[in-house]
Design a protein. Structure first.
Length: 93
């Protein structure tokens, strides 16, 4: 699944919901997905919180196959910036 496909899935999940703050999924050379202003885009920008992970692990995270806390403890994802924004993501998706 491409980052554009994942961004579209996130955009669908955001419909009718509000998300305070901004968050970036940074997949390194594969690119980024930024959640800001209740939309998902693959255009890079500065955000309140960044989650660094592989594109494969992002797909697992979004599908529920990767628990966020387990991912952090195993080093599969790294969170920087405002942790509160990252915690709100769980309720949203």
């Amino acid at each position: 699944m491409t980052l554009n496909d994942l961004a579209e899935r996130i955009q669908t999940a955001l419909r009718g919901k509000s998300f305070d703050g901004s968050l970036k999924f940074d997949c390194g050379e594969d690119g980024v997905i930024v959640l800001a202003d209740n939309s998902a885009t693959t255009l890079d920008q500065k955000t309140d919180c960044t989650i660094a992970l592989s594109r494969e692990n992002l797909g697992k995270l979004l599908s529920g196959k990767l628990n966020p806390m387990t991912g952090v403890m195993m080093g599969k994802l790294k969170v920087s910036g405002d942790m509160g924004v990252a915690l709100n993501l769980g309720k949203l998706l």
